[in-house]
Design a protein around this ligand. Structure first.
Ligand code: DAH
Length: 361
């Protein structure tokens, strides 16, 4: 046996431990273990030895191979760690840089409009209340003074989900309006109450101007002396802020809703000259919401004493006021999930609407 296995192992291991980077380490691996490597070459010579010597030398070389392989793995781990450390130290992310335009998603106009509505009513001291899309028959209808067999039920094109084994009131529906959130709020909150409830609503209706799912925002104010004048002032302030038109003309038309008395529908003044709709000017009117003083029976059913408290409510279609403000001509396009449409009508997600900095970018 001509080789000194220990010396070979020591020499190779020392070099491996001195390797400065992964490339140098790989070169050393090839030089030791590759086809033409040192250890491979020694292995080839074993054939010339007699059986006894071959066995001893073979074992010794295998041990060298093992040691060298382990040394390489240890060094690789050290070098990889160091490389990662170096990369982390060298790279930095400037989080204050603007988003690259090609990477920027857009907020859906419904989300934007809801954010604007919340910003305006938030400023007036309203809290945001929520209720589930799947509502029970009682809160969607009965508690709003729409008992079973009431003709108003027919007008709602309701999606019924289950017929309620526990009685008719327990049947579930997809809520046909956000008004049941009034009930939920009055059942749980002691007045004074001042909430809005934006959210999805559903009716089995689909044509040019109706989609089976749409959005409403409900408003509810209950206190001891709240009156119709407060309702008018509140809606006037909201419409002026939302449409960004000072003293936007509003018209309150007497109407009927089972849950309010008196009730009104509100129109906003506009002009339609040359096919272009302009809010706040001219002699034309567009209906935007329903409202009224909460019916005493509705208060009582939800545990609010009508002899002590009174208040107003309103309900507004969000698509409708989004279309009016942003000139979106077709309701159905809201729910086509067409990214080109969203790219055109959508909003920058980091521009949060506030009354101070402006509602719209
Ligand atoms: N819930 C009504 C609807 O969907 C809208 C409405 C009218 C809500 C008058 C109200 C209200 O709170 O007072 O048609």
């Amino acid at each position: 046996m001509t080789i000194d296995a220990d010396a070979l192992a020591r020499e190779l291991t020392e070099r491996i431990e001195a390797a400065g980077d992964l490339k140098a380490l790989d070169a050393l691996r090839v030089a030791a273990l590759g086809k033409k490597g040192r250890i491979t070459a020694e292995m080839k010579q074993l054939g010339a030895l007699d059986a006894e010597a071959r066995k001893a030398a073979g074992q010794a070389l295998n041990a060298v191979k093992q040691q060298v392989t382990e040394a390489i793995e240890r060094r690789r781990a050290v070098l990889e760690d160091a490389a990662l450390e170096a990369q982390l130290a060298a790279e930095s992310v400037d989080v204050s840089l603007p988003v690259r335009p090609e990477r920027q998603g857009k907020l859906h106009p419904i989300s934007q409009t809801m954010d604007e509505i919340i910003a305006i009513f938030g400023q007036m001291g309203f809290a945001v209340a929520e209720g589930p899309d799947i509502e029970d028959d009682y809160k969607n209808f009965t508690a709003l003074n729409i008992p079973p067999e009431h003709p108003a039920r027919q007008m709602h094109d309701t999606f019924y989900l289950s017929d309620g084994a526990g009685g008719a009131d327990m049947a579930t529906v997809l809520r046909t309006h956000t008004s049941p959130v009034q009930v939920r709020t009055m059942e749980t909150v002691t007045p004074p109450i001042r909430v809005i409830a934006p959210g999805r609503t559903y009716r089995s209706d689909s044509d040019m101007t109706h989609t089976p799912m749409f959005h409403q925002v409900e408003g509810l104010v209950i206190d001891k002396t709240t009156h119709f004048g407060h309702l008018k002032g509140c809606l006037q302030d909201f419409c002026s802020a939302y449409f960004e038109v000072e003293d936007v003309p509003l018209r309150f038309r007497p109407s009927y809703f089972p849950f309010t008395e008196p009730s009104a529908e509100v129109d906003i003044g506009c002009s339609r000259e040359g096919g272009e709709l302009r809010i706040g000017a001219g002699d034309d009117w567009l209906e935007i919401l329903g409202c009224g003083m909460v019916h005493p029976r509705v208060l009582a059913m939800s545990g609010v004493d009508p002899d002590e408290y009174q208040g107003f409510a309103f309900g507004m279609g969000i698509e409708r006021i989004a279309m009016l403000k942003y000139g979106i001509p077709d309701l159905r396009t809201f729910f086509d999930a067409d990214v080109r449409w969203l790219d055109h009508y959508g909003f920058a997600p980091i521009e949060v609407p506030t009354l101070i900095r402006g509602l719209t970018p």
